[in-house]
Design a protein around this ligand. Structure first.
Ligand code: HEM
Length: 243
């Protein structure tokens, strides 16, 4: 409740489980990008560290592997979560691509070019969010597979390892760019939430952003609430009748 007596409604965007999965995903991915791209450093830059260079590089490899295991575990956990738990199933259901996403994408581009007056009305996940989510599946599949191959290099012929290395580096570059360009611009520089969307901390999304970015989801939540209230009232009436 604000001081003006007008209720500022917020909605649950990310549950505790989703926030924990997200923290593990971004800390381990951050470490993987850092410790992975260190390998591309120039010799002279490494020499600046003198004899500490070797120690740093030893720990670089260890941290990359620990973070690799962490990211693998959280991915496996997530895949079970979206099948087994009610919360996860609802997440996946709302995330699945639909024909409407293609229409939304076209209309949103028209809006940005000034050919449409309003943005298309979107649901719980926008076509951009769906793209980002499924890109992570694809990317993680590639880096986990090829990273595991390089980790167990004695098992593979050289040609396979060369392919794995090229794919690993290519996907790592894509992922780093996707995160820097896509994610940072949509959830940090987005004028509605700048300097950052705090939903990843408190899980909440404001009514203002709901109306702007997810009006169809707001409609759905309100309809659910109305049904729940109606059911509760009916029960109350029944109880009174019984008494
Ligand atoms: C977002 C995730 C990841 C990123 C951004 C990333 C990044 C990188 C980069 C840039 C390299 C250097 C490649 C080259 O110079 O050709 C590398 C090497 C490597 N990565 Fe990853 N990686 C990721 C995930 C993983 C995972 C999940 C594993 C293990 C399961 C892993 C294991 C390795 C291994 C074994 C190497 C070979 C170099 C070394 O011994 O450290 N990586 N990674």
């Amino acid at each position: 409740m604000s001081h003006h007596g007008k209720k500022q409604r917020t909605f649950l965007r990310l549950t505790v489980s989703q926030r924990i999965q997200h923290v593990i995903l971004f800390t381990s991915t951050g470490l993987l990008i850092l410790t992975g791209f260190m390998l591309l450093g120039e010799r002279w830059a490494i020499d600046l560290f003198g004899s500490a260079g070797n120690t740093i590089f030893y720990w670089r490899g260890v941290v990359h592997r620990i973070a690799g295991v962490a990211v693998t575990l959280v991915c496996l956990y997530h895949m079970v979560y979206v099948v087994v738990s009610e919360e996860g199933r609802s997440w996946l259901r709302d995330m699945l691509p639909r024909l409407k996403d293609g229409v939304d994408a076209g209309q949103n581009v028209s809006f940005m070019l000034g050919f449409r007056k309003a943005r298309p009305k979107m649901d719980r996940f926008t076509y951009m969010e769906k793209l980002e989510y499924f890109s992570v599946y694809f990317g993680m599949f590639i880096v986990i597979l090829t990273g595991t191959m390089m980790w167990t290099e004695w098992l593979w012929p050289k040609f396979y390892l060369d392919v794995a290395d090229a794919l690993h580096l290519g996907e790592a570059t894509l992922a780093a760019l996707a995160i820097i360009v896509g994610h940072i611009f949509t959830v940090h520089y987005n004028p509605h939430v700048y300097p950052m969307n705090k939903a990843f901390i408190d899980g909440q999304i404001s009514e203002e952003i709901m109306l702007e970015e997810h009006p169809l989801w707001l409609d759905r939540l309100e309809a659910e609430e109305a049904t729940a209230t109606a059911a509760a009232t009916e029960k109350d009436v029944e109880k009174r009748d019984d008494a």
